[in-house]
Design a binder for this molecule. Structure first.
Ligand SMILES: [Zn+2]
Length: 306
């Protein structure tokens, strides 16, 4: 059997299983980042047979009603990369698929890339030997992390390529246009701080100030929040709700379960280059995941790959 035939047969089996899995289910949220037009089209086409794509406004209704014929799918994009504004959004509009974009308000239109993109540029330029790893830098508070990455970029004379729309962060004008086109703009903190590694005061500031920035730049009041890297906790959800948000999303890779409410919703993460088979398989596995014991309350439970 050729490998493409094998792949087709595997996909056919997964599709049948997914059709069964979708019966009576409430829905899923997808956690995307910098998919281009073709990549988002692949994802939409892979999911369309099983799900109804909804916008943020329909989420509350769908969570509170008996599951319909088809479960819902809400697309979300984290980090506010420019490609979302220059390429992804117009493809989503063409396909009639709504989405939520979670922006990092302190980085909007910035001349500096996110630390993880700068670290990627450094690793490409000078190799990994002289550099800290991603998880090492994730473990420290955001101010120290920024300082560390600034020093490294200066020392090696390396910067991330801001001409690349998958690196550059969108501008406020671009976010305003996206909102005008019907996309929901949510918060993803001021500095992409991983809130479980910050003090409660700093976590509150990251949430409240980002909400203020959104209004100050003429956008509608922010209703929803995505925890960077999905690092959330019960007390952080409480802080978000007390700041006036109505929903938060993490990266717990499961379908929306009966016990899930707007306050804290799981999301499935897909890599930009995910194929049909990968999208189908991961979505199916995430459905089974809600039956598994030992759920990780930090939303870090990955069944396989990312
Ligand atoms: Zn992020």
């Amino acid at each position: 059997m050729s490998s493409s035939t094998f792949r087709d047969q595997a996909d056919a089996w997964v599709i049948r299983a997914l059709q069964l899995a979708a019966r009576g289910a409430r829905g899923i949220l997808i956690n995307n980042h910098k998919q281009n037009a073709q990549q988002i089209r692949t994802q939409v086409e892979a999911l369309a047979p099983f799900f109804t794509f909804i916008g943020y406004d329909d989420l509350k209704v769908r969570l509170n009603s008996t599951p319909g014929k088809k479960p819902f799918c809400l697309m979300t994009f984290d980090d506010g990369k420019a490609i979302n504004a220059t390429e992804t959004a117009s493809e989503l509009l063409r396909l009639g698929v709504p989405a939520v974009l979670y922006i990092v308000t302190g980085a909007m239109g910035s001349e500096k890339a996110f630390w993880f993109d700068r670290l990627t540029a450094l690793r490409t330029a000078v190799g990994t030997g002289a550099l800290p790893g991603y998880s090492e830098l994730e473990a420290i508070p955001w101010r120290v992390r920024e300082q560390t990455i600034n020093e490294l970029c200066n020392r090696f004379g390396v910067e991330a390529d801001l001409l690349d729309p998958t690196v550059r962060v969108m501008s406020w004008d671009e976010a305003t246009r996206l909102q005008r086109d019907g996309f929901e703009i949510g918060s993803h903190t001021v500095n992409h701080a991983l809130l479980t590694g910050e003090t409660p005061e700093e976590a509150r500031r990251q949430i409240e100030d980002s909400m203020k920035h959104i209004v100050q730049h003429g956008l509608r009041a922010c209703r929803t929040f995505a925890f960077p890297k999905g690092r959330s906790s019960h007390s952080l959800v409480e802080i978000a709700l007390s700041a006036g948000l109505e929903s938060t999303v993490s990266t717990a890779p499961t379908w929306v379960r009966k016990r899930d409410a707007l306050a804290s919703l799981p999301r499935l993460y897909f890599k930009e280059k995910a194929t049909d088979l990968h999208i189908h398989t991961k979505t199916l596995a995430a459905r089974a995941g809600c039956l598994l014991p030992n759920p990780n309350r930090e939303g870090r439970r990955y069944l396989f790959g990312t």
